[in-house]
Design a protein. Sequence first.
Length: 586
Amino acid sequence: MVARKLEIGVLVAAFVLLILDASGGAGWAETSARAVVAVRLEHSASAPLYDLLAGVAALLPVGEPAFRLGLFGALLGALTLAGVVAALRALVPKEPAAGVIGALLVMLAPAFRELLATPNALVACGTVWMLAFVLADAREKAPRAVAGAMFASALVIGSAPWLGLGLAICAGVLARRQLRIIVPAAGAIGIAIVVWWFDARGELPGLHFDLAAAVAASGHGAGAIVIGAGLLGLGIAGATALPRARILAAIAAIVALHEIVVGGAPAALLTVLGVAAAIVPAALVKLVAEGFTGAKRDAAVIGCGIPLLLAALGTGAALVTDDGTTPRRLVADLTDELPPGPGTFIATRPPAYFALQYERAIAGVRPDLDLVPPLPPQRADVIAADGLRAGRLVFADAAAFGRLDAQRARPRGRGFQLLGEAPGAALDAARVDPPAHYATAIGADESLVLSIERAQLEAANGHLDRAARAAGLVAPQGSRFGAADLALLAETVATRARPALFGFLPFATLPRGPWLADAFGDDLAWMAAIRQPALPLTAPMPRRLHALWQQIFEGKLKPDAPEITALGPAAVTATTDMMKELSPSK
């Protein structure tokens, strides 16, 4: 009874906290896309059950649709955290308080909170309750637990088909003696699949092996603590022969394999590993305070878990990650200064596209513009060129892509109007704003990309001082260039001896970050012959490659030098391409 009260207490407390953390508007990427699907009462083949439930939630007369999905996600998140407590109670009956530590660790992980308004929430909820039910059946041989495990697996099937199928098979194998429950449950799931996928849009998730993406999706921020503590907990459970530990390890392996091969369920992986992480304080209490009972033992468990919580908080984890207005501000920055259409807006990155799509569907923003989703550059530039030839207005969130000329664009707010010829005086008269500040990691990345796009446009038109301002390399945003440097940049023009090298650097080799603006500053300083301090040893590969390229043009290094080869194949290929275009011997 006490354990049941603990689960209910976690459910209520988590629901309140997650509501406080819920976005007041559309989130980034998939969050806003799901809100659009819910409002249209459509359902996708990748997550039909979630979309159907989200469509019902979108009918709530509270706030805008994205906020309603946030409330639905908060409920699913609270149920998930209560499931962590239930799973720990079934795994380690004597230490129910350890489940609170596991639930708190999961809640602090950014990947868990940021994905609550997506199918991830239902996937995580179904996965952890399936785990709780199979553990309970292994401990008590309860038919109701088998039925619960199959029901929970069905929830996952409707939101992450391949993972749900694996969990359902696992539940059936573990409860194979309960055929009188397994068989009808499997039949019910089959009927539900037919109903859920009837008239669904799109296709099932494809397979793609990507370990790095799996780690990046779930392991940032406090997620790294959850993963590390979870693996430690699994190791402790195996070393101490903890009963039912194999079940936990098997389900964790299924979820991890799905995340690596298919992806799309980082919250489920964090949740299962959160259960495993809670084994750590439970094991410590058993080691140092075995004689404690009742409230003293619960307090000892919480005390042993506090270091893990402090480590998670030390990563910067905090509630209220975004007030929901950031994507809307991005849309306003991209569209408010665009002249009236009809015309076409080409989005080159998913965050901008989904934010524009949401505001267009919900608020009716810029119905005079056709919205083009992110496409390969060689297809997007054809759409832009065809629009210009037809006399239509063409806008984008990038100054150039594919075969378009970077000089033939005019800044409009944070967006760009693509033109058939160089803007000339219109560019000179356009104000240069410092980089925008958008909340969340995705927002920061959008701000960085938009600032570099504007900076490259200014540099391509010979305005290196304006390019430095656009990239945030001058006060008050940065301190890379002072007044004297700006004066020199204003008089500098790229030459064959000191050409612009930034566009040839291989940026796809590592995630974007503040280093990208630093690399652009390296290029400006190189063209203007502004002396710069030596690169730090931790400088990313593109910056180190740029420094070596400078030595090539100064006659101090050969293009096939071992220093360049040591930077990897991408650096060698980029050097070859750069030399074909800019060889000093030409």
